[in-house]
Design a protein around this ligand. Sequence first.
Ligand code: MOS
Length: 744
Amino acid sequence: MPDNFFDTHFADDLDRVDGRAKVTGAAKYSAEYFPTNLTYGVLAASTIAKGIINAIDTKAAEKAPGVIAVLTHQNLPQITGYQSAPGDDKTPPYKKGFKIWEDNKVRFYGQPIALVIANTLEQAKHAASLIKAQYTKEEAHTSFEEAIKKDKPLEGNPYKEYNRGEKDAWKSAPVKIEATYSQPIEVHNPMEPHAITVVWDGENKVTVYEKTQSLKDTQRNIMRLFGLKEENVRVISQYIGGAFGSAFNTWPHAVAALIGSRKTGKPVKLVLDRTQMFSSVGYRPAAVQHLAMGATQDGKLVGLLHEASANTASYREFTEGIVNGSRSLYACPSVTTRYSVYPLDLSEPTWMRGPGEATGSWALECALDELSYALKIDPLQLRLINYAENDPERNRPHSSKFLKDCYQLAADAIGWKDRKQEVKAIKEGDWYIGYGMAGGIFTAWRGGAKVNARLAADGSLTLQTAVTDMGPGTATAMTKLASDVLGLAPQKIKFEMGDSNLPPGIMQGGSGTTSSLGTTVNNACVTIKKKLTELVKDNSLFHTENIHEVKLNDLVFENGYMALAPDRTKRISYSDVLQRAGMQQLEILEESTGYGDNKYSTFSYAAHFIKLAVNPLTGVVKVQRAVSAIDAGKIVNDKIARSQVIGGVVGGIGMALMEEAVIDHRFGKIVNNNLADYHVPVHADIPQIEALFVNKPDPVLNPMGSKGMGEVSYVGVAPAIANAIYNAVGKRVRDLPITPDKLI
Ligand code: MOS
């Protein structure tokens, strides 16, 4: 990387507007609020995976120093949201969800069974350790491998078989492959643990500081739980230290803190420890996938079969789009997909880093690689042969698809021409060198959002909306966008967020924040420009021979001034416009709706290319280079976009080589429930990562021309690594993670 790399690449880019607050510690996370009379909550958890709590002894805990209250299912106050609705008894258990302390049942190991509230964290921890429960243990089923052999999967709509073309067409193709790919449970493990600080004002009004990707969903969940009015539930989430999908739900620990604080009348702070992060806030389900493909001798796909099974919890049906990518990424006339989900006595899974597609692409993109060897066709060439110009699932055009550009950019950058199709072809010392690639797809979408925009008489702009940011840099992207559209220096723009009292923004997830909120911010700036134009339409400064009443298109907006396009020396600052009009400020509430046209299919795309070295004696894999080229439409702010891709690739390296929750089925417990034993990549594991963007606008999805990018940056990284390992040493590992023992 040249010395001036950053200057030349990001000259026009904005640094993170909250970067300084984050690195100096000024940024406040949910556990960093200290309301007066703050008390501390610590949970005691079940030590069995399934059964009944016969008795729970809280006496010692209640008598321990500093303890204010101990809550269990035995002294649960009446909770509005816990009352069963008519017909509830007919709801199957896997659709019921889990309400903490609703009964004496244990559904998973580590289920919170009691909450201790004390004056200090240490007192609460000590008292929680004194709680003793007596159980009637039932046999817990926590093995996914056994479940898929013996159990029946759930039935219903999400599991409908998909078919197009001819069934089993792959079987009669001249060249075919068939393989099964598996992966363990993976846990989000953001740096910041989940935390909540609850402050009640009486029994019917509450403020919570909560790690959440969706302020409005959290607010609604709390409203429903306690039967409260919207204006009486305020959710604040100013900063989030990562989430990866773990922070959509209002999890049992948060509900416990809310109930406990309401009962004691004192503010309660509850922070999960790392161990609890493995049992309480979701995970990516384990999956086994069977892939079969058939092709003509010249590489044209004839038929494809993708059957996926994954786990869920006994009390929650969680489904995701595991097989969806296989229907639309490649042009294949005959496709069958099946999806099955098996309930286990584990806590519930949830969305995680490229949910669905990341799992599906692990199988699909490895299988294509296997097919490329069966055909003796370069795997990149194979993808080009089967490139889908239109969406083969829905038979309609894409709003934009520049995946070919992605392939080209990434292949050139990594030096794909140096790759050899034969395995074990390149050796450097003791290490075999391999190249691998894979594609990625993720739905691009746009939802509705509201933004309050206020241009003040001093020429500064304040944007306000109820959105949170788990790390991608939402405030930065929105500031950059507003700066570009309104023609105002970023330093004059303030983006206020993280508070449910602000106009409803959008949840942060599914790579849709910039697309959704950006539309509203863009439109708000356009509205302001129109209003400013209205205010100067009679101003003689802008009158010319042809212009007697100035219109929006006659003007340029730059650097805080509106100027006449043909003669930019004729200009007036926004501040002057407002002052002359006698206005303190110009304030608007902009609302934009989601994109719901069915004329186009909307996806983001990625091409991930990997170069790595494998030591055949030790089985160690060193990723040497990762190049990811992304079609995420027009890039709003290159610098933070690049960080998204780097993060996605780091996560993908974790998925490929390290991440695995290990369950001891005797206890139904995740045993590597800490960051010493659950491995994630550290700096030494991470090579040079190059993020490249096609940067061509999508003409349909939103006015910026952007598409989502966070998730697609992750989708396909793990198979690209597996494919490179095969290329290096000729070992096809179909079971994640690819740890050294599987390579020797
Ligand atoms: Mo993402 S898994 O929608 O946080």
